[in-house]
Design a protein around this ligand. Structure first.
Ligand SMILES: Cc1cc2nc3c(=O)[nH]c(=O)nc-3n(C[C@H](O)[C@H](O)[C@H](O)COP(=O)(O)OP(=O)(O)OC[C@H]3O[C@@H](n4cnc5c(N)ncnc54)[C@H](O)[C@@H]3O)c2cc1C
Length: 586
């Protein structure tokens, strides 16, 4: 084995070793999760269960989201007042809850030296700190580690101008990783217990390094051949031409993956990706036979992913309903009612000419917005943001109406692929408290997680949903469902809705049940987190608070900051805070 082979071989072993370390670190959580039998069958394949098991006594979804609600109190938004009553506590907690945490129950300020948990709290929070808008410290550390490994093997006893061969070896060695990281059924994600979307930053990093490497490799040879005076004869050789094909594929992949192209034309990004990634594999093998084992490995990942994708795909009929107050299309798939875990998403394709010429070809990810095993099937909430979601909303608005004037919704053929992502090995129900900070259609996450937590009927004592919307009337279509959550569960659920826009006349003197509050402005996430921790402690909880954030990246950033600077004493007393983020951007 030459130096080049030797170096890239060891680099691959090292990268694999790092993945194994993360896998081992996730084993305790994986064990905790998989020791519950119910977890084995959840979160892999969508299915239909008939008849539904009658074992969900804690949360009874007897109101559909569009059903009427019994008013209990009202808010006069004209005067800026709001109902601030908390949901009544279940009787077993009534005696222990004081709303003000018992100071004696909290650990004293760490003047006698930091405890292990407070050190861990600080370390975890430093790792979660956002260095850049989209990247936390731990992501930056991973990126740096990867770059150092690649630079080391690229430059060790080598100069790219005199030895352009090395860069070629390095690119070839990264082919399996870049393909594995791109797959939806991601083997690396399965090992470390996170969804494919959470590893996308590494896919983009490896891809960029390969594009740079390929150009260095080519320019290095052009320079070398120019000095030797045989550039034309070299460029006429087949293996060089295949090399150029591979380079062009990588450059197209690199250019079409830029933020600019993705935001201007997501379809161009996807199409160029699919075409170039296939041609690249052939071109690489014809260019340099050393690539063959790497290409075979990549093909195995790619083909397996597509086989599993096909197995995970269901073609069925969905019902579309527009929720104009929210600018959301509610997609209900009655024939799929089981197989997902709270927080997971599916990829949706609408098979209708009403979506436009190419609308049928687009697949879009949406978080599942309800709990599994209910009679309504699977529900998605798709916010109108761009062309495709606007076409979907337009279709939903052409829904048919029954004789009573009640909306039926519009039936449409869909292709649903999933479920994917979610909270990984985290078992939300093992925490003492849960807080969901969600923005707009990010409410989907809370709507699937909260009923799940209520049904699990385990340690979660208090649940807070903090929902930021633009228009307060967004609450109207979901009020029956939220009311059902706060009123019909044995777990204490509070819903806080924050709105940023002026109130429309239709929303004057809105009736709100106890446990639901609506306030103007942005939520004070810090105070709300302190309150959530205090409530969990007061209710006797010491197993930590799960904080789920879902929506725009800016909301996730704010929540991450708040968690980082949260009160260490409260945090320690409650048993820690686990932050999980679902953001709607790549
Ligand atoms: C894991 C995940 C879960 C999501 N869950 C929800 C949800 O529950 N409710 C909701 O309203 N939105 C959700 N989104 C966002 C939703 O997928 C996008 O808003 C939608 O795809 C935009 O499509 P568009 O063509 O109408 O908008 P465009 O204006 O064309 O696109 C807006 C942006 O959305 C992104 N985007 C476009 N097409 C896709 C695609 N096929 N795949 C991924 N991203 C794309 C691009 O970054 C683009 O810049 C989720 C996104 C992700 C990644």
């Amino acid at each position: 084995m030459g130096l080049d082979d030797n170096l890239v071989y060891h680099a691959d072993i090292l990268i694999f070793g790092i993945i194994l370390i993360f896998t081992l670190a996730s084993l305790p959580r994986a064990y905790a999760r998989l020791s519950r039998r119910s977890e084995w069958s959840q979160g892999h394949f969508l299915r239909s269960i008939t008849p539904l098991p009658a074992t969900k006594p804690r949360f009874n979804p007897k109101h559909t989201p569009l059903a009427p609600v019994e008013p209990e109190s009202f808010v006069d938004l004209d005067h800026g007042n709001s109902s601030t009553a908390c949901a009544p506590l279940p009787s077993e907690y009534k005696n222990s809850l004081t709303h003000v945490v018992n100071e004696k129950a909290l650990p004293k300020h760490p003047n006698q030296g930091p405890t292990v948990s407070s050190i861990w709290h600080q370390v975890a929070f430093v790792l979660r700190y956002r260095v850049h808008e989209n990247y936390s410290v731990n992501q930056v550390l991973l990126i740096l580690a990867y770059i150092i490994i690649i630079f080391y093997v690229s430059f060790y006893q080598s100069d790219p101008f005199t030895d352009p061969h090395r860069a070629g070896f390095v690119i070839a060695s990264q082919i399996p990783f870049v393909y594995a990281l791109a797959t939806k059924n991601n083997i690396i994600g399965m090992m470390v217990g996170v969804g494919y979307e959470k590893l996308n930053f590494l896919h983009r990093l490896v891809g960029k390094l390969m594009v740079i490497g390929a150009n260095v490799h080519f320019i290095g040879y052009v320079y070398k051949w120019s000095l030797a005076g045989d550039i034309y004869s070299k460029l006429a050789e087949d293996y060089v031409r295949w090399g150029i094909v591979a380079l062009v594929c990588l450059d197209i992949l690199g250019f079409c993956s830029t933020e600019y192209v993705r935001s201007k034309s997501y379809n161009l990004f996807i199409t160029s990706h699919v075409v170039s990634l296939i041609i690249f594999l052939f071109a690489a093998c014809y260019h340099e036979p050393t690539c063959v084992p790497y290409v075979i490995t990549a093909c195995v990942f790619y083909i397996l992913d597509h086989v599993v994708r096909a197995i995970k795909t269901r073609i069925t009929t969905a019902k579309l309903q527009s929720l104009p107050e929210l600018g959301i299309t509610r997609v209900e798939v009655p024939s799929i009612n089981a197989g997902w875990r709270a927080g997971q998403h599916v990829r949706l394709r609408v098979l209708s000419s009403s979506m436009g010429w190419w609308g049928w070809s687009e697949v879009h990810p949406f978080t599942i917005a309800n709990v599994a095993e209910t009679s309504e099937g699977m529900v998605l909430m798709c916010k109108k943001t761009g062309h495709w979601t606007s076409s979907l909303f337009g279709m939903a608005q052409t829904a048919s109406y029954g004789e009573s004037g009640k909306e039926f919704g519009r039936d449409v053929k869909v292709m649903v692929e999933g479920p994917y992502g979610g909270v990984g090995h985290t078992v939300m129900s093992s925490y003492s408290g849960a807080m969901f900070a969600v923005g707009g259609s990010g409410i989907s996450f809370a709507l699937s997680a909260v009923p799940d937590l209520i049904q699990a009927a385990t340690g979660v004592k208090v649940i807070d949903i903090i929902w930021s919307v633009q228009d307060p009337s967004s609450l109207t279509p979901l009020l029956p469902l939220l009311t059902n959550l706060v009123q019909n569960s044995s777990t204490r659920v509070n819903v806080h809705v924050y709105y940023t826009r002026a109130i429309s006349t239709s929303f004057h003197r809105m009736y709100l049940p106890q446990g639901i509050t609506i306030l103007p402005g942005r939520p004070k996430l810090g105070k709300l987190l302190d309150q959530a921790m205090t409530n969990a402690i007061s209710a006797g909880g010491s197993d930590g608070v799960f904080v789920g954030v879902c929506g725009p990246i800016s909301l996730a950033n704010s929540m991450a900051r708040v968690v980082r600077y949260s009160d260490v004493r409260l945090c320690t007393a409650v048993g820690g805070v686990k932050l999980h983020e679902e953001t709607f951007g790549w």
